[in-house]
Design a protein around this ligand. Sequence first.
Ligand SMILES: [Zn+2]
Length: 441
Amino acid sequence: MTLVINNVSLPSRKDNKQQLCTVICKDSQIDEIIYGPSDLPIDSPDVVNGNGDARLCHSHVHLDKCNILDECDELVSGSFQEALELTSKVKASYTYESLVSRGRHLIVESIKYGVTAMRAHVEVDRTVQFKGLDAGLRLKEEFKDLCDIGLAVFAQDPFFISPSDTEPSDNYILFQKAAGRQGISAVGSAPYVEPSTLHARRNIDYVFELALENRLHIDFHLDYNLDPNASPMIHYVIDLARKSRWTERMKGKHITIGHAPRLCLFTPEEFKQLQDAIDDLPITFVGLPQTDMYMLGREEHIKPRGTLHVPNMVKKYGLNVAMSINNIGNAFTPQGSADPLALCAFGVAIFQTGLPNDCEILFDSVSNTSKRAVGVRCGESLVIRKGDPADLIIVHGNNSIQSLVLSPSFERTVIKNGRVISSRRIIDVIDPTSFLLGHLM
Ligand SMILES: [Zn+2]
C-alpha cells in the first residue's frame, strides 16, 4: 500500500525551513522524500495535504486510573495523601468492564492527538488484583494496528505494609505473578510509598530481580520530593544496574525514572556526578510536569515548585530526558489533556524558554526520546528519512517545530504503518455577521 503525503514541510531541515516536500510511504515505511512542490493532485484519497510532521508517544501514562475524577469524593485538601486515599477508594470499585471502557477512551483520545505508541501503567495489588492488567492486555490487542501499547505492571502500593515488616505482603506476591504474564513489557514501582528507606531499597531490589528474570524494562517513580534533606534514590538504582551488569545482560531493555523532581535541587557538580555515574547505562528520565507542578511544593516553605528541567538536563549534561502526561482526570492530576504537544507548550512556560533549539528538545522529549525510552522503534532524529517507520502526524497549520511547540494546532492527521488512522479538522461554523456586540453568556 502506498500513501503520498503531499505539500508538507519538514521543519527540522535547518537549511531550508519552508521548503515543501512530498513524502511517499510504502509498506509501513518512508520510501521516498521529494523536495520541492509536487504536481500530484491533493484531493486523491491517498494524498494527505499538510504542513508539519511529528511522531508522538506517551512514555508514561496510567491507563487504569484515568478519567475517574467524577467517581472520586470531592477534593478537599488536594494533597498527595488525599489523592492516594481517594484513588484507592475508587480502585476498590473497578470492574474489568469499567477499566476497558475508560482505558479505551484514553487511547482513542491519544490517537486523535497523534500518539501512536505508549507505555501504559496498570496497577497490580491486593485491591485491584489483575483486573487492570487484564483490561490492559485486551486493549493492547484491540489497538494493535493503531498504537503500540507497552504495558508496565506497576506497584503504586507498598510491598511492605508496616515499618516492622521483614517479609513483603501479598501486594508483592501478586506483583510477582503479574511480572511473569505474557504480553507485558515492563515492571515498575513507586518505592517512596514504602514505610522506610530500607524498605524502599528492598522494593527496588525486587523490581530489578523480576525485570532480570523476565527480561523486562524497568520503570520507577522515584525521588518524588523537593526535600534537600532527602537522600536521592537514583544513586541506588544506578549502583544496582551496575552490579547486575544490566548493559551486558539486558540489551535493548531500558530503565526509566519518572518524576524525580528531587533532581531539581542538584548542584551542577551533582549533575556532573550523575552524568558520569550513568555513563552508558540505558537510563531515561521522564519528566511529568503536569503532576509535579500540581502536586508538589504545596507547603509554604518549599515553594518555588519543581519538575525536571528538560532542556537544561539535555543540553548541559547530555542526559536522556523524555516528558509525558502521566495522569488524565484524577486526583493526582485533575487538569490537562492527553495531548503531548500541549505539554510542550506548558514546558515553554515552566522552563522559561521558547528558543528554537529548546523547542526542538521539548518536541523530541515527547516524540523520539519517549519512543526510545519505552523501547519502540523510531527514526534516528527528528528529520524523517527514507526507511523510517511511516508513523507520523501531520499538524496542519504549524510550519516549524518552534511553532508546533509554542502553539500546537488542533487539526491533525495521524498515520500509522503508512495508513491514515485519524483525521481531525475544525469546521468553522461561526458566522461573524450574526454576532451581536456584547457578552456571550
Ligand atoms: Zn506515574
